[in-house]
Write a protein of this length. Sequence first.
Lengths: 115, 113
Amino acid sequence: DTEVTQTPKHLVMGMTNKKSLKCEQHMGHRAMYWYKQKAKKPPELMFVYSYEKLSINESVPSRFSPECPNSSLLNLHLHALQPEDSALYLCASSPRLAGESDTQYFGPGTRLTVL
Amino acid sequence: KNQVEQSPQSLIILEGKNCTLQCNYTVSPFSNLRWYKQDTGRGPVSLTIMTFSENTKSNGRYTATLDADTKQSSLHITASQLSDSASYICVVSAGQAGTALIFGKGTTLSVSS
């Protein structure tokens, strides 16, 4: 299994809603990542987990809350988002934390729309 | 400042033709360089990854080159197909642990029949 899966594929939420994005991989990777991507822009790194511990937080607003309950799962909890948070949210994993020859495998993304 | 510049920004070619995409970077210390293909609305898919000591790597009809002296990379696509229409992103990994990923803005390739 060389796949990163993400659910849901699409999500529409209001500014007062609480929702969660889910990411799963069964490749035994110990580094997992959340990216945000706006249209026609490259992905922007949000969070990095290494061995289930938060390693990097790129100054992301607290309305985004990541969680890594085990080595295969990565969640992104959303609360009180703004319309400008609408984007494609990508999850990725790699064997280690961006090692010299480690490729990041990306999931298909969750298309989030905040009304 | 660590930067990755890609050119051209967009490219239109006829099916069956070859094309070359460019990536110039100013990233230090350099760890590796990756090329990804991203279809609209989907996650990026890795095409190649090259470390400092590698200067060419192929993946089917895709061939990437790396010149670490001039800090340039290219992605050559041979005998293009309609399915090659996508955004191609150059990503340079920086730092001793390669934890900082610097993304280029991508080249949008359109292959027409």
